[in-house]
Design a protein around this ligand. Structure first.
Ligand code: AMP
Ligand code: MG
Length: 439
């Protein structure tokens, strides 16, 4: 049996980053950049006004005050989107709208509310302004030649906006890994088949496909294989077109657990098949004709937890992602958590913020068949193999499982609601340096 860390090291040493492809801007959302993006231009491209007002020469406003305003001649009106026709000369001003380029000669803006119209051609200015006042400088957002998005980073909505602003309609991103998913077991029926006595629904095929989607991969369902070597061989072979193969079930030591043997028969170089963890101890990994193949355990929680710990980082690495592990959170155990020494435990917990600290409570029974413990959880508390008890009040590290973590009300406050006094908001909560312990 090897440790979780050793298993992960072996897996990651065998997976390679996939090739790049060019996609249009919208398809880039949620993908990983395969190029450093340099800006070919300054943004904004020219100095422009941040306010509606008058473009002036700052020196002309010297000494201006409500009691003794300066009088300037208005020589032009300038809406956004146009260039001024005249330069601003001494004791002159150009009426200017937010976003309009600063005319030559002007070096500051006086806001409308700091002026008064005398007639169409003259204004009173009541304030003294410094040069550069209310001017958005050329390149203050983005400098020409600067790297604005880095290779290996995730494209998010503001990044799509940035790419549009530098007129990039196509962008290089890494390919999404195609992941073939095979469910094994005579007891399984598919989602729309009659649930006759003795059968259960193949839920793993769906939870695993959802996990693949969530980390950016493309799931391909190979369906259900019977517990026979022939059927397993045939169905596994159908997955060879994919970049990664995942099966669930049949990796344990039961009479009908043929997955390891079938993987070997198909030429898989097996790397390991047991990991010192709970849930999820039986877990086979090998390279099948150049493709990583994971034989995940059949129990629904074990399948999902082993996906989270081993398959997810592998898929993120293949997708070109730099950050492949989730940063851990520190939390205080709300109750005693008992575990078996010698195995690393991943306990499903909910998190609550109290006075700026996370508190973790188990979701209830932790059986590896209790899928609802995953559904209820905000994350997985990690209890090291050297420990058999976490006492109430002691600190544990928690792998936050993102979507539920963000949605659950106990962890976040809606802007419309008042912040309860006892719970000071997630910004105060103690995170953990992502560089150190990551899962
Ligand atoms: P196994 O490792 O094949 O003995 O499976 C362990 C447990 O997980 C058994 O109770 C199976 O019925 C269950 N199981 C296996 N595959 C699936 C699946 N695809 N969906 C739901 N439960 C499963
Ligand atoms: Mg089975």
């Amino acid at each position: 049996m090897i440790s979780v860390e050793e298993a992960r090291r072996i897996i990651l040493s065998h997976v390679k980053v996939l090739g790049a492809e060019k996609v249009n801007l919208f398809s880039a959302l949620g993908r990983i950049l395969a190029e450093d993006v340099l800006s070919p231009l300054n943004i904004p491209p020219w100095n422009n006004t941040a306010m509606d007002g008058f473009a002036v020469r700052a020196e002309d406003t010297r000494g201006a005050s409500p009691e003794s305003p300066v009088i300037l001649e208005v020589i032009e009106d300038l809406p956004a989107g146009y260039m001024a026709r005249h330069p601003v000369g001494p004791r002159q001003a150009i009426r200017i709208m937010t976003g309009a380029p600063i005319p030559d000669g002007a070096d500051a803006v006086v806001r409308v509310e700091e002026t008064e119209l005398i007639d169409d051609h003259q204004i009173k200015v009541f304030v003294e302004v410094e040069p550069a006042r209310d001017i958005r400088m050329a390149g203050e957002d983005i400098k020409k030649g600067a790297v604005i998005l880095e290779k290996g980073s995730l494209v998010r909505p503001p990044d799509v906006g940035l790419l549009a602003s530098i007129q990039r309609s196509f962008i290089a991103v890494y390919q999404r890994p195609v992941v073939a998913i095979l469910s094994t077991g005579d007891e399984l029926v598919d989602i729309d088949e009659p649930l006759v006595k003795g059968k259960i629904v193949n839920s793993n095929g769906y939870s695993l496909a959802a996990q693949v989607l969530e980390c950016g991969g493309i799931p391909v369902q190979l369906g259900i294989a019977k517990d026979t070597k022939e059927d397993l061989e045939e169905k596994f072979s159908q997955g060879l077109e994919a970049d990664v193969l995942i099966s669930s079930g049949g990796v344990s030591v039961g009479d009908y657990d043929f997955v390891k043997q079938v993987l070997k028969n198909l030429g898989t170089e097996m790397q390991f098949w047991r990991v010192a963890m709970r849930p999820g101890s039986p877990l086979a990994f090998g390279i099948m004709r150049g493709k990583p193949a994971f034989g995940l355990p059949g129990n629904p929680v074990s399948a999902m937890v082993t996906f989270e710990l081993f398959v997810r980082p592998a898929l993120l690495k293949m997708s070109g992602r730099k950050k492949i592990f989730r940063p851990l959170l520190k939390a205080l155990a709300e109750e005693d958590i008992k575990t078996a020494e010698g195995k690393k435990h991943f306990i499903r917990v909910t998190l609550k913020l109290k006075k700026g600290r996370y508190h973790a409570s188990t979701t209830g029974p932790q059986g590896s068949g209790i899928l609802r413990s995953m559904s209820l959880s905000h994350g997985l508390a990690v209890v090291p193999e050297t420990q058999s008890l976490v006492k109430a009040g002691e600190e544990v590290l928690v792998i936050p499982l993102n979507p539920s973590f963000e949605d659950r009300e106990s962890l976040s406050f809606s802007l419309e609601e008042e912040t309860p006094e006892a719970e000071t908001g997630s910004s105060h909560a103690q995170g953990h340096d992502p560089g150190e312990d990551c899962c």
